[in-house]
Design a binder for this molecule. Structure first.
Ligand SMILES: *Cc1c(COP(=O)(O)O)cnc(C)c1O
Length: 467
């Protein structure tokens, strides 16, 4: 029966993927109907036939599935799944490896060691950097900032793992005005409450202003952490990393870079200048489930300083057997113990794409974002708010002949809703410099020029009927 179940699961999955490009991208879902579909009859007193259960699961889930993996999903920054990465992830599930340590899965440990090395090469990070495989950018930021916290306090003569924060020297955290919300979530979990953070003003594209950072660092003394961003979630802009790194170094601060999607620009010679100086930072967070297009979840953390990284994360217990020959134990580098073997899917994606393929994927998405902006901008009363330097486009719609800002806010929101209802593509909304904007992110391997043209036409049609 196991064969029958797995064959059927594969058929159901492939049917979903076959329809992915043509189904409505974000169908309206009714919460009550979805819950009722799963609830059906309550927890059964006696078990059901697993073949039937699988059919029921697919039927119950289908009305609530969003085609985020499809070619015309432009919400957030989500990416899809390369078929080979999905296949590798199916194997990871079937192998059911516990990637916590070497003894629980030598294969998972070895593949992480190799993939970590490849990614350091691809991003141009120092070769001796430590690597951890986490759920996503949030936990990558958390892990890196835990290493930072350890390091800056150790230099001040304080052992935060042993003594906690209470009674210790205060840690100053300086972030750009446009730092991602998950930086604050990570700081909160680390006892560095988000209200104590010093915020550095940003320029019109959301880039941290180095003159403002210099002023704030000049007033800083003692343990200091600076958080910079590679790839703003609204504009795609990068903080001036080389200058920020110089300033941080001058003041003995730890520099962390959140590059959840932006770090992948390092794979492209054409875009590489955006991340110039990134290798001078002390830690980096990125996602593989976004731009590399591996299935969720998959995040990565790197630090240039393995000792504080390990000191902040490693767990020891008598029963936790370590490899005797210096073999890798992933749980030395991440908050989790037992864990999915995420390295296999990343390996499969990198092996299939190669350095050139990653470069093409990144450059293609940026070109498609530019194409979307060009198509939309041709229409009068449509305004592109950002410099489209990466894969992000911010769009604003104005009522014809009107300079009324509030009316443009309301119209922009109506267009976003109309596009979501239309289902040709999916876009989200945001507030940028106090004004409403449509936010378009291109990060899927399967998006084509035709998808962009078709989506731009649908957006403009919605805009015309929303006026
Ligand atoms: C997505 C994102 C995060 C959070 O990553 P998750 O994978 O959602 O946890 C952090 N920073 C930036 C810039 C992001 O785009």
């Amino acid at each position: 029966m196991a064969d029958e179940i797995l064959d059927r699961a594969s058929v159901l999955a492939r049917a979903f993927l076959k329809d992915l490009a043509e189904q409505p991208v974000g169908p309206p879902a009714d919460r009550d109907a979805l819950v009722a579909g799963f609830e059906a009859g309550g927890l059964p007193a006696t078990g059901e036939d697993p073949r039937q259960v699988l059919e029921r699961l697919a039927a119950a889930a289908e009305p609530g599935l969003v085609a985020t993996a499809g070619p015309r999903y432009f919400g957030f920054v989500i990416g899809g799944s390369l078929p080979v990465a999905l296949g590798a992830d199916w194997l990871a599930a079937a192998w059911d490896q516990n990637a916590a340590g070497w003894v629980t899965s030598p294969a998972a440990a070895a593949v992480e060691e190799v993939v970590g090395g490849w990614l350091k090469e691809l991003f141009g990070l120092p070769a001796n950097s430590s690597v951890g495989f986490v759920t996503g950018g949030t936990m990558a930021n958390f892990t890196a900032l835990a290493a930072a916290r350890h390091s800056v306090l150790e230099r001040a003569g304080w052992d935060v793992e042993a003594d906690g924060l209470a009674g210790g020297p205060p840690v100053r955290v300086i972030v750009g005005e446009e730092a991602h919300a998950t930086i604050f979530a990570a700081l909160r979990m680390l006892g560095l409450g988000d209200r104590r953070v010093t915020v550095v003003p940003a320029d019109g594209q959301g880039r941290m202003r180095p003159d403002e950072l210099r002023r704030r660092l000049a007033g800083a003394s003692g343990p200091t952490i600076v958080c910079a961003q590679a790839g703003n979630v609204n504009t795609g802009a990068f903080d001036p990393l080389a200058t920020v790194a110089d300033l941080a170094r001058e003041h003995g601060a730890w520099l962390h870079v959140d590059g959840a999607f932006g770090l992948w620009a390092a794979a492209s010679p054409a875009l590489r200048q955006l991340v110039a100086g990134v290798e001078l930072a002390d830690s980096w967070a990125t996602d593989a489930h976004k731009w590399l297009n591996v299935p969720h979840d998959s995040g990565l953390v790197f630090t240039a300083h393995p000792e504080p990284h390990r000191a902040a994360m490693a767990v020891t217990a008598a029963y936790l057997v370590r490899g005797a020959g210096g073999e890798r134990d992933n749980d030395d580098w991440v908050p989790e113990g037992s864990r999915r073997a995420r390295g296999f899917a990343v390996w499969a994606a990198l092996r299939t794409l190669g350095h050139d393929g990653v470069r093409d994927l990144v450059e293609r998405c940026c070109g498609l974002a530019r194409r979307m902006a060009d198509r939309l901008e041709q229409e009068p009363d449509v305004e592109i708010l950002n410099h489209v330097a990466l894969n992000q486009v911010l769009v604003r719609f104005r009522p014809p002949g009107s300079g009324d800002l509030a009316a443009a806010d309301a119209l922009t929101d109506r267009v976003i809703k109309a596009v979501q209802r239309d289902g040709t593509c999916w876009v989200g909304g945001t507030t940028w410099h106090g004004r409403r904007a449509m936010r378009i992110s291109v990060s899927n391997w399967s998006t084509s020029e035709a998808d962009i043209d078709r989506s731009a036409a649908a957006i403009l049609k919605c805009a015309r009927s929303a006026v």
